[in-house]
Design a protein. Sequence first.
Length: 311
Amino acid sequence: MLDQPLPSLAAIRAFEAAARLGSFTKAGHELGTSSASVSYHVRQLEAQLGVTLFRRLPHRVELTEGGSLIATEAGKAFAALRASFARAAEMDEERLSLTTLPTFGTSWLTPRLGLFRAAHPDILVDLDVSDAPEDLTAGRFDIAIRNGDGRWPGLRTIELFPSIFMPLCVPELKAAAAGIDDPLAPLTVPLLGRPDWWSLWYRALGREECPPPSRFGTSFSAEHLDVAAALAGHGVVIASPILFRGEIDAGRLMPAHDLVVPAGRSFWLTYPVSRQNSRKIGLFREWLCGEAAAARDAARRFCCEPSTADP
């Protein structure tokens, strides 16, 4: 027997349930099948082992001596499995892995994550920052922060706040940026940030012209790097007044123009629909939505109806 393959797991599971409950009918209810199916699997097991495991009595079954021996060991094995499954679930709930866009993660989320850890010290947080849209069904990440329209099949999405932008600069450059509303006028300070955002901003001003390449300063790979250059006084940046409200409130940055332009997208908290009952995801969702609501309220002057251009 030791050299023979194990019986099928379905047969062992049917036997263990019937032995523990003393009934094929009750075992069928627990396993979501019929008593006839349980009886079939038990007979298959008996035929493979060459051992009678149950005495079939009217309205009940009774373990034989051999069946009792196997039932004891099977019960221990399934109890160990249940314990390992429970521990694995507990371990998974102790660590939250999330991926987010670089600027959102670096400039907005990271300074706040300590508040979540303080409220929930039993949950460790792993943060990845990347432009790549990770597959949340692959198991590497629990949650993602994405930018777009929020329509991603298989994912639950919750809007955090809109993606908006406006020209920002250090106070010392405010006067030098006075002519920024004309995309063709010469400026003594360069423009920083994505040229397509600047083009969209100028179109919102009613200007069809795009700034020439000569008006732009150094090109960086992410918005937070553009803002870092602006904070160093290297130009006027097109950036989100929500993500960088802290710098605005502290007086390190200020609007170079009052027009705020919506990008037509939003930042979204996303996670697989299949994970919506996860405790750690629920706690992070509740916390992050509260932080986002506070950010929207604090930046209300930027998030209300789009500003209009100066006459």
